[in-house]
Design a protein around this ligand. Structure first.
Ligand code: PXL
Length: 289
């Protein structure tokens, strides 16, 4: 059975990071091997949280995994609470990745034009370093702009993007995708969850797949607002599909279909954005034949 090492936090509430990744990767027929970066009462979007930082323990877990001669087929990294954790992730790549290991870096830094609470310029710099080691990255638009232009640049670019019509928006984001893969020498990037407002009819959500110089848009009807954990669920589907040899486009379509149903249910139920989406109902759709 294929294995993915998942370097992410365990948050008791908010359906994100490991609580999103483990069920998704498992139902897709891949073993998820979690390396917790921190244990939290709940994700940090709620008004308060307790966080037990695991940075010091990451090295102990890695040492044991080395003794077990662990060779993951994939490595998937998500939320990092600080710069030191990013350094541990660099160490992890050095020890556990070989030429055949799929590395997916989800550069969790912000959303909807704003940075998350743990953001620092130092963490951004370290995240840029991790991105250059990845085969595929899955930033949302905010994170793509942060990687390219930093916080002030992201905020300015974000404002400019709000005034564009659909054609201009797609063309500008296409350019952002080319800069991302070019500047960071990463073969593939998926810019996820892009709002595409419509003058007539329901709004849309776009995902731009950039793969070896080619670009493809996967667009779907918007079924709800912005919820905790959707980026983590997306990246989890991609990481499991890719180690199984599925095409990027196939994985992205699968993730989009799965997420749009889970988001629609959360919207219909009136779920708070911090509580995450109703993805459990649709896990069966990801099961491998
Ligand atoms: O979904 C990203 C994420 C993961 N883990 C924690 C978070 C967040 C986003 O806020 O707070 C702890």
């Amino acid at each position: 059975m294929k294995k993915i090492a998942v370097l992410n936090d365990l948050s008791g509430m908010g359906k994100c990071s490991l609580t999103a990744a483990i069920p998704v990767i498992s139902v897709m027929g891949v073993q998820a091997c979690p390396l917790p970066t921190a244990v939290l009462s709940n994700q940090t979007g709620y008004e308060s949280y307790f966080c037990d930082d695991y940075t010091d323990r990451m090295g102990c877990i890695m040492a044991e995994w080395q003794k077990r001669d662990f060779h993951p087929d994939g490595i998937y990294t998500g939320y990092l609470a600080g710069e030191q954790q990013a350094e541990k992730v660099q160490d992890f790549f050095k020890v556990f990745a070989d030429a055949n290991t799929w590395i997916l870096v989800d550069p969790v830094l912000g959303d909807s034009g704003r940075v998350y609470g743990m953001y620092t310029e130092g963490l951004l710099e370290k995240m840029r370093g991790l991105v250059t080691k990845a085969h595929v990255i899955t930033p949302n638009l905010t994170e793509a702009l942060l990687l390219l232009y930093g916080k002030d640049g992201m905020e300015a670019e974000w404002k400019n993007l709000q005034h564009l019509d659909e054609d201009a928006l797609f063309s500008k984001i296409g350019e952002i995708g080319r800069c991302l893969t070019g500047n960071f020498s990463v073969s593939s990037a998926v810019i996820t969850g892009i709002d595409v407002p419509q003058k007539k009819g329901p709004d849309k959500i776009g995902n731009l797949v950039c793969e070896n110089g080619r670009q493809t848009w996967v667009v779907t009807e918007k079924t709800g607002g912005s919820y905790s954990g959707t980026g983590d669920l997306f990246a989890s589907v991609l990481s499991a599909g890719l180690v199984k040899g599925q095409s990027m486009e196939h994985c992205v379509k699968k993730a989009v279909d799965f997420l749009s149903k889970a988001i629609a249910d959360a919207a219909a139920e009136g779920t708070d954005r911090n509580d995450g989406v109703c993805f459990e109902t649709y896990l069966y759709q990801l099961r491998e034949e």
